[in-house]
Design a protein around this ligand. Structure first.
Ligand code: BG6
Length: 481
């Protein structure tokens, strides 16, 4: 609907930007850190783009002060970053590594000294390898206590200063890539194991959230979900049903559990029929449905929408790997037989990695979350992965990124005017960083980092045109786009 007048962005709106430990820190064996599953996975030939890894990444571990300085220059109100579990507990549990605790303590203090609100992600995929070795990580219920213990350590260490906590980043992504597509650790392709591990992930998430609420830490906590709203390719009821299947299986299946503590019946029935349903014990339901396990906000990572159509059960299209080549038009059809498969959307442009560019989809995502869950939304990721060119004068003219972000900010403004409560927007990403599967050339940052796949070069930081654009957006609280 069109509005006669748009509502203003809230005064305390968290304009920010984001990152994740493995993608920026480097120093993978320094400061007493243990190895994570990613430190090992990247060494398996063929798993990442040209064998790239985060050993050095963009060296944020040694340059965090320079990075925070740049955040302050951009006028950031918030910065979302993740903590590497294996820096706090090198073995995943047991003895705390004080050097790791101090690193994030210093970072948090530095942010606060620059009036930047820290938004802390507890888990952004870098599970301590020791827990994978000890009991197969997310496949064992033992992880629930270890995750709560890790989260509790963070709440106690930083809870006096950190007011926004993200428990798990994109559980749907790390579970599906890790256990269905073998494109993340532990590189399994087994739907039954995926749903079993995912259920344990839900229990760990609920238990940590419950602990936080029961111990009256001041602040808000929620998971960040990668939500790509699904459209039907046309008005054919078969395709409309396919779009509903995709929403149920790829979105409600996670967000319903966060918000209500229960799985959608449609997916549960389908899993039982397929023989891949996770075991749900009565005490699991009790934990998931406990009011203290409810999130205070829904974290939304929004990049794109999906358009789908019907897909037959017999000889239907299965899951395909993503385009990691950066060659537009190379993405394969992908789907779940009997449920849905991808379709082209002639109304949308695509990125070089074949991600649909759809700002209105963000407004739709916000509205759907609002009407189904009635929770405030913190947009914890949104951004454009693109090839950037560093000019001779060290400028980067990323007008395509400005255009992308501007249109998405407009969509947020519209959603706020629709009545959705949006508390912040931390774009992906602040500096350029390592894309898990796409190397260093798929850049998202406001700040260019001078390195590529071949060489670490000098890792110098150069603000892009989008940096100055965002600074203006923040300074005018979203008025001047
Ligand atoms: C999200 C992740 O899935 O998308 C980030 O939380 C990631 O860690 C981002 O980098 C962009 O994805 P990609 O594959 O382009 O790096």
């Amino acid at each position: 609907m069109e509005h006669k007048q748009l509502k203003a962005f809230p005064k305390d709106f968290l304009w920010g930007s984001a990152s994740a430990a493995y993608q920026i820190e480097g120093a993978y064996r320094e400061g007493g850190k243990g190895l994570s599953v990613w430190d090992k996975f990247v060494r398996i030939p063929g798993k990442t783009y040209e064998g790239t890894n985060g050993d050095v990444a963009v060296d944020h571990y040694h340059r965090y002060q320079e990075d925070v300085e740049l955040m302050a220059k951009a006028g950031l109100k918030a910065y979302r970053f993740s903590i590497a579990w294996s820096r706090i507990f090198p073995e995943g549990n047991g003895k705390v590594n004080e050097e790791g605790v101090k690193f994030y303590d210093d970072l948090i203090n530095d942010l606060i000294a620059h009036n930047i609100e820290p938004v802390v992600t507890i888990y952004h995929w870098d599970l301590p390898q020791a827990l994978q070795d000890a009991y197969q990580g997310w496949e064992s219920r033992k992880i629930i206590d270890d995750f709560v213990n890790y989260a509790k350590t963070l709440f106690e260490a930083y809870g006096d200063r950190v007011k926004y906590w993200v428990t798990l980043n994109e559980q749907n992504v790390f579970m599906q890539h890790g256990y269905l597509m073998a494109s993340h650790p532990p590189a399994v392709t087994d739907p039954k194991r995926m749903y079993a591990a995912n259920h344990i992930g839900n229990l760990a998430n609920a238990a940590a959230t419950k602990y936080f609420h029961e111990h009256h830490f001041q602040g808000k906590i929620g998971a960040s979900f990668a939500y790509s709203p699904n459209y039907a390719v046309d008005a054919d009821p078969e395709n409309q049903l396919a779009a509903d299947n995709a929403e149920q299986m790829n979105a409600y299946y996670w967000m319903d559990v966060y918000a209500y503590g229960r799985y959608p019946d449609v997916v549960r029935q389908w899993q039982i029929e397929q023989g891949i349903a996770p075991e749900i014990k009565p005490e699991d339901t009790e934990l998931l449905e406990d009011p203290h396990s409810r999130p205070d906000f829904m974290g939304l990572n929004y990049y794109q929408t999906n358009t789908v159509q019907a897909n037959p059960l017999k000889d239907g299209v299965g899951l395909a790997a993503e385009n990691t080549s950066g060659k537009k038009g190379t993405a394969q059809e992908s789907g779940i037989p009997g449920a849905f498969k991808s379709a082209e959307n002639e109304h949308l442009q695509k990125t070089d990695w074949d991600w649909n560019i759809d700002p209105i989809g963000l407004r739709i995502a916000l509205r759907r979350i609002n009407s189904r869950y009635h929770l405030p939304v913190l947009i914890t990721e949104n951004g454009l992965g693109a090839f950037d060119t560093l000019e001779a004068d060290h400028e980067i003219h990323d007008d395509y990124r400005i255009h992308f972000l501007r249109e998405h900010v407009k969509a947020i403004h519209d959603a706020i005017s629709d009545g959705v409560q949006v508390i912040g927007y931390t774009t992906w990403s602040f500096t350029d960083l390592l894309s898990w599967l796409n190397g260093y050339r798929k850049r998202y940052g406001f700040v260019y980092v001078n390195r590529d796949e071949e060489s670490e070069k000098d890792l110098a930081r150069y603000p892009k045109d989008s940096f100055y654009w965002y600074k203006q957006v923040i300074a005018t609280n979203g008025e001047d786009l």
